[in-house]
Design a protein around this ligand. Sequence first.
Ligand code: HEM
Length: 420
Amino acid sequence: MSTRAESSQSDVAQYFNPMAPDQIEDPYPLYARMRRERPVFYSAPFDLWVVSRHADIAEVENDPSRFSSAGALDARSEPHPEVLQVLEQGYVRFVSMVQSDPPDHTRMRAVFGKALSAQRIAAMEPEIRATADMLLDRIVRDGKADLIQQFAYALPGLIICDLLGVPRSDMEQLKRWSDDKTLLMSATAPLEHQVEAAHGFIAMQRYFIEQLEERRKHPREDLLTLLVPQSMGGTAPLSHQEAVCNAMDLMAAGHETTMGLIGNGMWLLLQAPEQLRALREDLELLPNALDEMLRMESPIRGFFRTVISQTQLGGVQLPKGSRVFIVYASGNRDEERFSEPERFDIRRADARKHLAFGKGIHFCVGAPLAKLEGRIAFEHLLRRLPNLRLRTDAAAVRRPYFMLRGFEHLPIAWDPPVPV
Ligand code: HEM
């Protein structure tokens, strides 16, 4: 059995830094070493126990009685005092469903199960298709675009606005605030950026407080109306704070991740022309291809947990109160779970066994929407943009986040339609 001190001696532990440029570019060689040498280790600089094997991650996800989701989105447990000062202007504690444990989690999940039901999501298909076409109409004749900035973020961004019931014209502002929220939770940015982001975080809270008040006065057929708490005269068994936090989470979770899926998936296809060709020729392969994209390049590298009382994991003893980072992006390439895990294969029979949507009670409640958006996005991109390729005149740029994996810019080109 390893102790905390022994673990901190490990080279892998010393090298681990999700914000280092080489680990943002390509973390997979390190992940392979982690699984081989120290599947569970303590990282002193981040004060985190890092868990890299598929089986250990699944064990954590499946046992909320040992591993609490409190702080599941926070790389650090306590904000800096200057950040805290700003946050105190609003709700400081972020009490959304993803950060809660039973029985609170069970209560909140019932609300979202209804709001994001398969039936409700399936009914959005025509609207998602029309939005994808509208975005592609704007660029198709140019023969080139930045896939992220001109398509991949706008598609899920506009759809989550529709679902929540907020104006599409607010999307840009909501995206900036969502970025602030992500930056704040990574807690690795320079302090002045964190303080700035905290202001955005408070502004986003105020926005949703006003929106909920508006739904209280004038209920509509939208998700925000379903979140109006009983204490305000609505139907949701949520506190006001929970309603606000969950609305904020949905906005961020609803577009950042699917944007990652579209960008990462396109990157994978452009690296593997024979897979791209096979998919173009048979779009029926898309559902499995999407799972394989999520397995190979998980849009969320990992989430956090807190150890409720001293426990063992992977032969290592974890002290009470310690923070755990479960690295889905590593578990998804675990050679004990997947054969030839580094190979991208859109026909892989067990691609669905990936952990990119999590597992257990917190399994992504937005997965049906993400998959529908992903399927429509690739169907439309592959049908309308022939001879897709990466551009050589502009570079792909990855997003520098602790928890997320995706591109900020992905310049692509295709053969534009010949004018008639
Ligand atoms: C490809 C896209 C997506 C990925 C990779 C993804 C990933 C995940 C993961 C890994 C979790 C589990 C968190 C945990 O165990 O702590 C999760 C939960 C969640 N996701 Fe997603 N997600 C995606 C899309 C979406 C969308 C589109 C929405 C909203 C419409 C959404 C809303 C949520 C919510 C609310 C939870 C919390 C569920 C709970 O705690 O019970 N996600 N997601």
